[in-house]
Design a protein around this ligand. Structure first.
Ligand code: DX5
Ligand code: ZN
Length: 228
């Protein structure tokens, strides 16, 4: 059975009114929040730290939050994001020295572990850790900025990871991050994604509910009533 989750990416939200904007995105039908952390080192941009995550939790945001760490190093940030209220902590394998240790650290702090791949990062990093992961995030743009064009060669990677997950006995979610629009979401779902990160397509619109409803009805029309 397909179960699709829509993940508003607050990189595109209004930072001056972040709490209200996140609430609006959830009320309009977002399932979980995608929280992009950029350090000006792993990527050429700076965004949010654990204090902002904690502020959202204090603002009564109770939805799951996927913290997407685009940082190098990784491990030093895990305790603070876990304590601030992260549900998932997702990192890039080439940004840490010891992938297995980093996954263990995330779990030790009570969070679910995700591994994220840039468009050109090899999937071989999955070889010995698939059983320990809760989430795989395939980047379909180069990390750093919202509102970029979906890189079409990633479509094949989505199929590959879907096959890998299905052939294993493990329960791993597959999220696609970057350049998702109403026009390509059905293809991305058909390739095997369950979680769709929605940045500019959602927050640059005037009516969040209209966008999320259009996406859900598009997915429903193709995949019957499997949407949650
Ligand atoms: C890019 C981020 C994405 C970004 C997606 O580095 O990881 O989460 O917010 O934004 P859109 O949907 O506009 O591509
Ligand atoms: Zn992201």
């Amino acid at each position: 059975m397909n179960q699709f989750l829509l993940a508003p990416s607050i990189l595109s939200a209004n930072f001056a009114r972040l709490g209200e904007d996140v609430t609006r995105a959830l009320t309009a039908g977002g399932d979980l929040i995608h929280f992009d952390v950029m350090d000006g080192h792993y990527v050429n941009n700076l965004t949010m730290g654990p204090m902002i995550l904690k502020s959202l939790r204090d603002f009564n945001i109770t939805a799951p939050i996927d913290v997407h760490l685009m940082t190098k190093p990784v491990d030093i940030f895990i305790p603070a994001f876990a304590q601030a209220g992260a549900t998932f902590i997702t990192f890039h394998p080439e940004a840490t020295n010891h992938i297995d240790n980093t996954i263990n650290l995330i779990k030790k702090f009570g969070c679910k572990a995700g591994l994220s791949f840039n468009p050109s990062t090899s999937l071989h990093y999955l070889d010995y850790v698939l059983d320990k992961l809760d989430l795989i995030v395939l980047m379909s743009v180069n990390p750093g900025f919202s509102n970029q064009k979906f890189i079409s060669s990633v479509m094949n990677k989505i199929y590959q990871v879907r096959n890998l997950i299905d052939r294993s006995k493990f329960n791993v979610l597959l999220e696609v991050d970057g350049g998702i629009k109403i026009s390509n979401i059905v293809d991305i779902a058909s390739a095997g994604a369950n979680i769709f990160v929605l940045g500019s397509v959602l927050f640059d619109s005037l009516d969040y509910k209209l966008v999320l409803n259009s996406i859900r009805s598009k997915l429903n029309s193709v995949f019957l009533s499997d949407c949650v």
